[in-house]
Design a protein around this ligand. Structure first.
Ligand code: CIR
Length: 256
């Protein structure tokens, strides 16, 4: 169960955030703020305490806090984002994370290692790490070494097409995963029950399990139905403006 969630308000400069899909247009900032409000409300309905950090205009993508750290039950690992424009986002997150973890329980991914939290998927005490354009081999080596020091384990999953691991696969507890595209056939995920995400709803592979409820992006009826049929209560949140920046529900928070 999660007790805490950290989010960061989107900044006006988000319209200049990184995107692989410029054809979707620039995000509408006012609408993004409203969607962020709804996201926070949904999280609160899951019974977590939500810490809302102010917007940081210096970093267009800074609302995607998930990429700055991996917060586990035993330790906090501060990432070293592979995207140059995002690398220094971690600096303002460190003092925030220190409110929740003592110094001895905080570790850092260091250059030349890179790692972004969106590439890390927690399954109990095991952490799958996507090797991507943002997370490199050295980052993964350091990450697994830190996990093992704190009694946890990790393994690498090479990515072919997607930005981050959790763009295409997400664990929703009860041995169940949402899997899209390149992850459907991966051996790493053989032991799990899989909810297959249809190609036209691929974006909705990025849902988050929060204390027995699953928050699902609004506008993906097949995925919503499949998750409900698997026995979960769902909460819908429209994330259209974040999608324009390749961001989804998991990217917008740190849950621990
Ligand atoms: C980026 O390219 O870094 C942002 N525009 C989107 C980050 C999405 N984060 C995530 O999947 N964890």
């Amino acid at each position: 169960m999660f007790k805490n969630v950290i989010v960061k308000r989107p900044c006006k400069a988000m319209t200049e955030g990184i995107t692989s899909a410029p054809e979707l247009g620039k995000p509408d900032y006012e609408l993004a703020l409203k969607q962020h409000d709804t996201y926070i409300e949904a999280l609160k309905q899951c019974g977590v305490e939500v810490l809302v950090l102010p917007a940081d205009e210096g970093f267009p993508d800074s609302c995607f806090v998930e990429d700055t750290a991996v917060l586990t039950r035993n330790c906090a690992i501060i990432s070293n984002p592979g995207a140059a424009s995002r690398n220094k986002e971690v600096e303002s997150m460190i003092p925030v994370i220190k409110k929740f973890y003592t110094e001895e329980k905080i570790a850092y991914i260091q250059s030349p290692g890179t790692l972004e939290g969106g590439d890390v998927m927690m399954v109990g005490d095991h952490f799958y790490v996507g090797r991507s354009a943002r997370t490199n081999e050295e980052g993964i080596r350091q990450f697994i070494e830190i996990l093992e020091r704190f009694g946890l384990t990790g393994s690498e999953v090479p990515l072919e097409k997607v930005l981050h691991l959790k763009t295409g696969v997400n664990y929703i507890e009860n041995n169940t995963m949402l899997v899209a595209g390149e992850f459907v056939e991966k051996d790493d995920f053989k032991p799990f029950k899989k909810i297959l995400i249809p190609e036209e709803e691929a974006y909705a592979a990025n849902c988050i399990w929060v204390n027995d409820k699953v928050i699902v992006p609004e506008g993906y009826p097949e995925v919503t139905k499949a998750i409900e049929e698997a026995g979960y209560e769902t909460l819908l949140v429209d994330t259209s403006e974040y999608r324009k920046l390749d961001g989804g529900l998991s990217c917008l928070s740190l849950r621990f």
